[in-house]
Design a protein around this ligand. Structure first.
Ligand SMILES: Nc1ncnc2c1ncn2[C@@H]1O[C@H](COP(=O)(O)OP(=O)(O)OP(=O)(O)O)[C@@H](O)[C@H]1O
Ligand SMILES: [Mg+2]
Length: 255
């Protein structure tokens, strides 16, 4: 399969003059159709900016960004977005939140809504309001809402950042299953190295000021994703070492 995203010499500067910030500096990256890519890097290195540009939420930049062979001029149904907060409308039920996001010709398609709520395990919650849901459930509705719009590419900006560790692991597994079944290209931005390695076939490491791609790792842990054992820990350790120097404690604990 070909590349669904092609980024050439992408530079993004916010503001002008003394106060300008170079958020992205000469980024070159291509992403294969149907693949799962993780982007990690410290705060402020331009991860969200890059995702917003790929998604057509920001169209002012220098360089070339092609999605599915075309210049991205605006957001579209083909490009699903999931943010750290679920962004559900509080006055609408789960079902109506999803309906609200659908295009005119699909608004009456209850089957489509039900099918996607079932995919994220929330078939029984279609009439609940967002405030009746836990954080993880609300985020699952956000995933169902994005999927119901049948995106070709799903852009996830720290989608599980606000969730507890157990919910997060469950949702990561659900997301992988959806990816394997639906064949949607997924790009996730995360601060969490374990998450990046567990989900991504490739891990793009970015560095800040200015935002650059430092390295792209291939994660060869196979289709059976297992968090314990050699292949995973070896891949993870390599990336940890990229970020952190081993430090020796100046004392030992006697427990
Ligand atoms: N709308 C904006 N106006 C001005 N500067 C901005 C704007 N959005 C982002 N920036 C700047 O661009 C740089 C990259 O920001 P961005 O939000 O992409 O970082 P990030 O890697 O997503 O960080 P985090 O991990 O904290 O979410 C930062 O220096 C930020 O201050
Ligand atoms: Mg961000």
């Amino acid at each position: 399969m070909g590349n669904i995203v092609e980024i050439n010499n992408l530079t993004k500067i916010f503001g002008d003059g003394d106060k300008s910030v170079k958020a992205l500096d000469d980024i070159n990256l291509s992403i294969q159709e149907g693949s799962f890519t993780s982007i990690i890097g410290g705060s402020g290195c331009g991860k969200s900016t890059m995702l917003r540009i790929i998604g057509g939420l920001d169209t002012e930049y220098d360089g070339k960004v092609l999605v599915d062979g075309e210049n991205v001029a605006s957001p579209s149904r083909e490009k699903g977005f999931i943010f750290q907060d679920h962004r559900l409308l509080p006055w609408l039920t789960v079902k109506e939140n999803i309906r609200f996001s659908l295009p005119k010709e699909e608004k009456k398609n209850d089957e489509l809504i039900k099918k996607h709520l079932a995919i994220v395990g929330l078939a029984d919650f279609e009439d609940a309001y967002p405030k009746q849901l836990s954080g993880g459930m609300a985020q699952r509705v956000a995933i169902a809402r994005a999927l119901a719009n049948k995106p070709k590419i799903l852009l996830l900006d720290e989608p599980f950042g606000a969730l507890d560790a157990i919910t997060k692991v469950n949702l990561q597994e659900q997301l992988l299953k959806i990816w394997q079944r639906e064949g949607i290209t997924m790009i996730i931005v995360t601060h969490d190295i374990d998450e990046a390695v567990y989900l991504g076939q490739k891990v793009v490491v970015m560095t800040p000021r200015p935002g650059r791609v430092k390295k792209v790792y291939d994660v060869n842990i196979g289709t059976m994703r297992v968090r314990t054992g050699e292949p995973f820990t070896a891949a993870r350790d390599k990336i940890y070492k990229e970020f952190f120097k081993e430090t020796e404690l100046p004392f030992t604990y006697n427990i």
